[in-house]
Design a protein around this ligand. Sequence first.
Ligand code: BES
Ligand code: MN
Ligand code: ZN
Length: 467
Amino acid sequence: LAEAGRKVDRASGGAISRVLKRGDFSGKAAETFPIVGLRRGPAERILLVGLGPKAGFGRKPYRRAVYAATQWLAKTGAANAVSWLAADGVPGIEPYYAARQAVESVNNALYRIPDRKTAKKPPVPKLTHVGLVVADADAANAERGVKDGRGISAGSALMKDLANLPANVCTPRYLADAAKTLAKEHKAVRVQVLEEPEIRRLGMGSFLSVTRGSEEPPRLIVFEYSGGRKGEAPVALVGKGITFDTGGISLKQPSGMDEMKFDMSGAASVFGSIKALATIAAPINVVGIVPTCENMPSGRATKPGDIVTSMAGKTIEVLNTDAEGRLILCDGITYSRRFKPRAVVDIATLTGACVVALGAHYCGLFSPDEKLAESLSAAGERADDRAWRLPVAEEYSELLKSNFADMANVAGREAGAITAACFLWKFTDGLKWAHLDIAGSAYLTGTHKGSTGRPVPLLVDWLLHGA
Ligand code: BES
Ligand code: MN
Ligand code: ZN
C-alpha cells in the first residue's frame, strides 16, 4: 500500500490489510475487490482497485483503474464515490490531467449507446457523484481539470450519440436540427444552415457532385463559437459529414458496409468540440464547418470520369466516386476562408489506407506547417488521444495528375492516406492547415462496435492549450 492506501486502511480499522493478508486481492491492473459492511471509518464500503506493478504505474494503468472502478460502481447501488487513486499523484501526469482524465474515464465507462433494443434495459447506474482526493497543493489545478474534463466528456458523448445513430435516422437534415439544438443550449454558439440552392449559389460543385445520387438533401452547417474577444481571428474546424457512404457508382463491397454510418464522425467531432468549448466557456473563437450529405448510387449519381468544378474554381476529374470525402471537404475548406481563420483543421474518416497504416490507436496527422503539426501532436499526447504525423509532399501530389482536369480525385493504391491529404492540400494556399484522418480511431468494430468520441479530447486540448 502506498500513502493513500495506508490512510484509508487506518481510517477503516485495518480493513484493507486484512484482505491483503488473506491473499484475496493481488493488485493486478484493473482488478477490483469490494469490501462491504464496514463499521468504522468514513465509508461503509471500499472498492479496492489494482494499479499493477509499482514500477509501471502511470497514465495507462491509472485510466484503466478508474474505468474498471466505474464499471463496477455502475452495477451497484452506489450513488456517491470518492477516488483515492490519484491522492499520491500519478507518475508522468500533471494534477490537471490526472483529474481531467479521471472525469473522462468515469464518463466513458458510464456512456450507454442509445440503442433500439426492445428487451428491458438494465437499470440506469445510480452513480451521480464522484469525488477526487488530491494533495492540497494540487487542488486548484485538479479543479480546472475537472471542469475541462466535464466539458470534454459532454462533447465526446454528443459525438458518440450522433455517430452511433443509424443512417436512416442521422441524415443531413437530422444533423442540421442537432446543430440548431446545440446553438439553443449555449448562448455563445450560433449556427447557420445552408440548403441546396444556397450551396449551389456558392459554387460548391465538388460538394454537390457527391449528393447527386441521394434522395436526402444536403446541408452546409456553420457554427460560430464566440468565447474570445470580438474580432479575434477564429480557428476553423471542418468536419466530414457523410451520413452514409455506399461508395456511389464505385460501389463498396457489402461486408462491413454498415460501418459507413460512421462516415460523419469528423462532423460529429466538430459538434462535440463546439459543445465542449461552450460547456467550458473557453476564451477563444472557433468556427465549425460541416458539409453533410449521403453518397449513394442512382440514375442521377456522379459517374467515374465526370468533371466537376469546386468552389475554389479548380476542376476535378472524379475517377472514383468512393473518394467522396475530399470532394466535400475541399469546398468546406474554401468556405472557411471567409472567416479569415488563423488555422484550419479538417477532421475526416477519409481513407481505409490510414486504417491499414495506423490501426485504431493513433489517428493520421498531416500538415505542411511544422509548428501546427507539432502543437496538434503535443495536444494528442497530453490528452491521451494520439495522432501520428505522415508527410504531405509534392512527390505525392503529383500522383493526382489528370489528363482532363486540374486534378483527379484519386491516385493509385500506394500511399492512399497521403495522396488524399495532398488532394486537400491543393485547396489551402495561404492557410495554416492540418488534416486529421480518423478512419481508424473514430469508432471501434467487432463486439465493441461504436463511436469512441475521438478526437474531441485532442481537439479541445489543442484549442485550450496549444492553438
Ligand atoms: N469513408 C471512406 C474511408 C474509410 C474506409 C473510413 C474504411 C473508415 C473505414 C472513404 O470515403 C473511402 O471510401 N475512401 C476510399 C478511397 C479510395 C477510393 C481512394 C478508400 O479508402 O478505399
Ligand atoms: Mn468513400
Ligand atoms: Zn467516405
